[in-house]
Design a protein around this ligand. Sequence first.
Ligand SMILES: [Zn+2]
Ligand SMILES: [Zn+2]
Ligand SMILES: [Zn+2]
Length: 282
Amino acid sequence: MQINAADTNESFELTHSTGRDAEADLLDTQVRGVHVLEAIEQNDELRDRPVQVLCPNCGGEVEQYEDGLPSYVSWFKSRCSDCEVELRRWSAVAVDAAYTEMVTPSELVELVQAYWDRHLWDGIQTAENCPRTREFTEAYSKRAQEYGWEWSPTCPLCRRTLDELGISWLDYHHWQKEPDVGICLCRNCHDDINGGDCDTNVDWQARKLGLKNKHDLQILRLAAREHLVEPAASLGAFAARLVERYNLIQTPEAVRTIIDQARESDEVQSVIDHELPDCSTR
Ligand SMILES: [Zn+2]
Ligand SMILES: [Zn+2]
Ligand SMILES: [Zn+2]
């Protein structure tokens, strides 16, 4: 898929997040029928039961659908009069009305923040295949400010905010094209997983080392750096974390194998700046 001219060197912008372990929270609320409105338009969830749309800041209702959500939510705009904030598809939360009482305001806040992090890290694609990360980075940041939230865009790998990094948006790194799959990182982290080299040179370097391709080498450098920031407790859980957090196209089992096999090669390990997790830490 074509992205845009600015992306040909994989340097389009993207963005960030707060290193909190949001996936578990997200899962927990999803089970109970709570979703950011934008995240549910493709499935049948909440189509056949009363649904309330809530402001994630105060938990107040801004809209209700007695017969369930419309089959297609193309446009949404509402306003929370208490918070004096406009709500859009990406900032309103839809809840199965039967569960509204069980959802706390802090869960709504965490859900929305985790959604923004994920959306920005994955690289936002519009219908024109245009990454609109810069625009959404600004939109999310502005909304967080209006709510008085501490959240701000962060690089998933170094966990620094864009402000700390002195940048306005993150770079995009491709794991795959057609369909486009990648992860947004700050420039430092992007350089780091390439060992300071450009993507094209990394592929030959990887093959000379006897690795399958550049992605395996990038995954190893990613793994070593992630392990440095947040050490692996077990290799299985660590591989799953890498796949989830960095939007990898490999299975956790494959990632674990890549790490296991690299640890058998001194030559491969010598080109990686940081330690790989130890195989014994299963
Ligand atoms: Zn509100
Ligand atoms: Zn970074
Ligand atoms: Zn790249």
